[in-house]
Design a protein around this ligand. Structure first.
Ligand SMILES: Nc1ncnc2c1ncn2[C@@H]1O[C@H](COP(=O)(O)OP(=O)(O)O)[C@@H](O)[C@H]1O
Ligand SMILES: [Mg+2]
Length: 240
């Protein structure tokens, strides 16, 4: 019997990423392990989205290396990413999920039931037949989560999943994230919302100007930040 292939841990060794002559990520070393969510925090432009794209394997480092479960260039079948403004297909909510299931290789006969179950998991029961593009921002974000889960990922990457959502919509997304994490899927997400980081994170990675300023257990990070930047960020000051 083959050992199950896993993407974890994800190891970034001295990783930089430059584009157009600009260093966007600067010599980052980071290990992402199984367990509770890792939350990337930092101001706009810090490099969070770029870091998530590297971890997904969508872009390659210009220096250093990334490995998934000890392998370079691991195929992304065990990973899924949800971008900040996910594009909805011009279909029903359930149609969007079924499309993702088809892409994931789920046989046609099983897609309808599976789509209903995924819709229920993200709290979209009753909205399955609505045109996806007519759903609210929060509902679209949850639909995007359901599509990502159709891949049965071991690792789910979320880029600012609650950006520009109101508190009720934010709570609904955070509830899904907690459920997903409790089911054993490793969540790595970004936010510039400190409250959200406190509510969800097992581990915090503070990114500022393309560097990892501080990382570690969320409890320790918030109770005893080691760097000036972390102390300032936690105090609600603007990092510029
Ligand atoms: N492909 C690219 N070419 C040039 N600059 C980029 C590219 N991608 C991102 N950037 C720049 O890199 C910085 C970090 O971007 P990003 O990763 O989106 O930060 P964050 O998600 O933390 O807001 C920003 O200044 C952004 O404009
Ligand atoms: Mg971003």
């Amino acid at each position: 019997m083959r050992a199950p292939v896993t993407d974890l841990p994800i190891v970034l060794e001295d990783v930089s990423f430059s584009a157009g002559g600009v260093t966007i990520l600067d010599r980052i070393s980071l290990v992402l392990v199984a367990g509770s969510p890792t939350v990337l925090i930092g101001p706009n432009g810090a490099g969070k989205t770029t870091l998530l794209r590297l971890v997904m394997g969508l872009i390659a480092p210009t220096r250093g290396r990334v490995t998934w479960g000890g392998r370079e260039q691991a195929s992304p079948t065990h990973r899924a990413i949800v971008f900040q403004r996910p594009a909805m297909l011009r279909r029903s909510a359930a149609g969007n999920i079924r499309y993702a299931l088809a892409a994931a290789g789920v046989p046609r006969a099983r897609r309808a039931a599976h789509a209903l179950a995924l819709g229920a998991l993200v709290g979209l029961t009753g909205l399955e037949r609505r045109p996806a593009r007519k759903l609210s921002g929060g509902e679209q974000q949850r639909l995007a989560l359901a599509r990502a889960l159709a891949k049965e990922p071991q690792l789910l990457l979320l880029d600012e999943p609650t950006a520009s959502l109101d508190p009720a919509a934010t709570k609904a997304i955070e509830d899904v994230i907690r459920k997903v994490a409790a089911s054993g899927i490793k969540v790595v997400m970004s936010t510039h919302d400190l409250g959200e980081a406190k509510r969800l994170a097992g581990e915090i990675v503070l990114v500022h100007r393309g560097r990892v300023i501080e990382s570690g257990a969320a409890e320790t990070f918030f109770a005893a930040p080691k760097t000036i930047e972390a102390r300032r960020f936690i105090a609600g000051e603007l990092l510029v």
